[in-house]
Design a protein around this ligand. Structure first.
Ligand SMILES: Cc1ncc(COP(=O)(O)O)c(C=O)c1O
Length: 400
């Protein structure tokens, strides 16, 4: 009998983290690998945010805090929810965690019992199904398609709901596709949820600020006020503020749920880093002026990648509304063989051959629950993207 828990045997390690680690290993061994697998901006954290952290250290704000956040940060989250979405929250309705990941995890741990179902549209962020499994729930994966630009439709949502459904996990703009739901598309989903009062929505708004071509971000509770009492709005500073290493995420929702999440946090990690919390106060309350110029850069990179990948025969690559990912389909390449004899029978085989034979690291679609695709993260320099896309073009052209 294994010493390890039964639950753990159902869970796999994060494939994106594994790919990023493999890229680092190959680079350390001297290989000229270009990594397009990491989900983090290459920009530095803005100076005003770093200064706030330094000031917090100087002021001795280096002690334990309340488990789910300092009052100043909770207040900043309330102000953000009001400013950006017109939603009223009080500090007792806010939970701050060690990254967006922890708040999502706490919420699932706090609510799931054996057999509870969680609807997860695919392709999904890699951690959702495994976090549901860790919490004892059952992921109900609903595959979207290229035709709807990877967005869940109202009919699909309606069909997936059962008496056991507890949550819909919703993510827009999406990791891994970059797809962003318009107001109308989201309203169609919230209308379905209004007909099923036992289903709650956990919305992951992590890429809210990374939106292009005039795409207007919206979140379920602002679209449908009737869902306010059963919505947990999750967000964080990692992506838009280039703060992945600071580890601050937050969630706003009903008091009872927030209290349950606090209980879990108080018995696991206690509070998120005090210094990072002060930095996050500055991120949310301070100037937002760097967001627009950063988005100009991201949009330029998105267009560059889409243009170069669209020239490849056998590859289909829709233009997404946001985040910093594209998710091309390799349907037209399945069955081909690489110069070194690798049969491209799955997207995993494609990604491995691309890494081993063309020195480009991407993440295969099966990791996100929808194949045959791969995810490119364009949060890296234009030069690296040009070289990497040229290598992908050459590699695909070499397949027979
Ligand atoms: C959709 C989505 N949600 C949540 C997270 C977690 O963010 P954090 O680094 O703040 O834990 C990520 C990170 O990749 C993400 O892509």
């Amino acid at each position: 009998m294994s010493f390890l828990s039964n639950t753990l045997s159902r869970v796999k390690p994060s494939p994106t983290i594994a790919m990023t680690a493999k890229t680092a290993e190959l680079k350390a061994a001297g290989r000229d690998v270009i990594g397009l697998s990491a989900g983090e901006p290459d920009f530095d954290t803005p100076q005003n945010i770093k200064d706030a952290a330094v000031a917090a250290i100087a002021a001795g704000k280096t002690k334990y805090t309340a488990p789910d956040g300092i009052p100043e940060l909770k207040q900043a989250v309330c102000a953000k929810m009001k400013r950006d979405h017109g939603l009223e929250y009080t500090p007792g309705q806010v939970s701050v965690g060690t990254g967006g990941k922890q708040t999502l995890y706490n919420a699932l741990m706090a609510t799931l019992n054996d057999g509870d179902e969680v609807i997860i549209p695919a392709p999904y962020w890699v951690s959702y199904p495994d976090m549901v499994l860790l919490a004892g729930g059952t992921p109900v994966v609903v595959e979207t398609s290229l035709d709807t630009k990877f967005k869940l439709t109202a009919d699909q949502l309606e069909a997936a709901i059962t008496p056991k459904t507890k949550w819909l996990i919703f993510n827009s703009p999406s990791n891994p596709t970059g797809a962003g739901y318009s107001r109308e598309e989201l309203k169609a989903l919230t209308d379905v949820l209004m007909r099923h009062p036992h289903v709650w929505v956990m919305t992951d708004d992590m890429y809210e600020h990374l939106a292009y071509d005039g795409f207007e971000f919206c979140t379920p509770a602002e679209i449908e006020p009737g869902l306010y009492d059963r919505t947990l709005t999750c967000n964080g500073v990692s992506k838009a503020y280039a703060m992945t290493g600071w580890r601050i995420g937050y969630a706003a929702g009903p008091v009872e749920l927030i209290a349950a999440m606090r209980k879990i946090q108080s018995q696991s990690t206690s509070n998120p880093c005090s210094i990072s919390q002060w930095a996050a106060v500055e991120a949310l309350n301070g100037t937002q002026d760097f967001l627009a110029p950063n988005n100009v850069v991201f949009k330029r990179r998105r267009d560059l990648v889409i243009e170069m990948l669209s020239q490849i025969d056998g590859l289909t690559c829709p233009t997404p509304e946001g985040a910093f990912y594209v998710y091309p389909s390799i349907d037209g390449l399945i069955g081909k063989t690489s110069p070194k004899g690798t049969v491209i029978d799955t997207d995993e085989a494609f990604a491995n051959a691309l890494l081993n034979e063309a020195d480009v690291a991407v993440v295969f679609g099966a990791a996100f629950g929808l194949s045959p695709n791969f995810r490119v993260s364009y949060a890296t320099s234009d030069e690296a993207l040009k070289t990497a896309c040229a290598r992908i073009q050459d590699f695909c052209a070499s397949l027979t």
